[in-house]
Design a protein. Structure first.
Ligand code: NI
Length: 177
């Protein structure tokens, strides 16, 4: 298993539409294992292949505190969503240190393929529901900050730009060439 490097917002590669996985083979199983390891190490409650620059439809989630609830969803599809919505404070491993409120359907039913290539369904509410919706968005090239106001998005992008400039200032002169 290996830790995989994460893409960070506003990297344009996060905008890539991920392609369906036709066959669940050892390569897919290895990717899923590496993604789970990367998610736990971060630590996070979900990770989409998009975030590790692999543009295939695969997500891993585990919203339990003792890491006992790993779910791997291949080609996940929301087949039912409640009209009732809920607002949660969301964060993202691709947007470190930033959290904001997003409104989404409260309950969902998701159909996906598992690591054995079998179709299964998950009914989710609460954090698991939010998490699955957030990760499926990644596969569609969406990041949770897209739901925020223009003003908030601009402020966040300015903040990230300044952080990058500060980091560059601190880098040794030699490394800057
Ligand atoms: Ni995310």
């Amino acid at each position: 298993m290996a830790l995989l490097p994460l893409l960070h917002y506003p990297d344009r590669r996060l905008r890539t539409l991920a392609q369906p996985i036709a066959h669940v083979d050892d390569e897919v199983r290895r990717l899923a294992a590496d993604m789970a390891e990367t998610m736990y190490e971060a630590p996070g409650v979900g990770l989409a292949a998009t975030q590790v620059n692999v543009h295939r439809r695969l997500i891993v989630v585990d919203v339990t505190e003792d890491r006992s609830g790993l779910i791997t969803l291949i080609n996940p599809e929301i087949v039912e969503a409640s009209e009732e919505t809920k607002v949660w404070d969301e964060g993202c491993l691709s947007v470190p240190g930033f959290y904001d409120a997003v409104e989404r359907p409260d309950r969902i039913r998701v159909r996906a393929t598992n690591l054995q290539g079998e179709t299964f369904e998950v009914e989710a509410d609460g954090l698991l529901s939010v998490c699955i919706q957030h990760e499926i968005d990644h596969l569609d090239g969406k990041v949770f900050v897209d739901y925020l106001s223009r003003l908030k998005q601009t402020r966040l992008q300015d903040k990230i730009k300044k952080q990058k400039e500060r980091a560059a200032d601190k880098a040794p002169v030699l490394a800057r060439g």
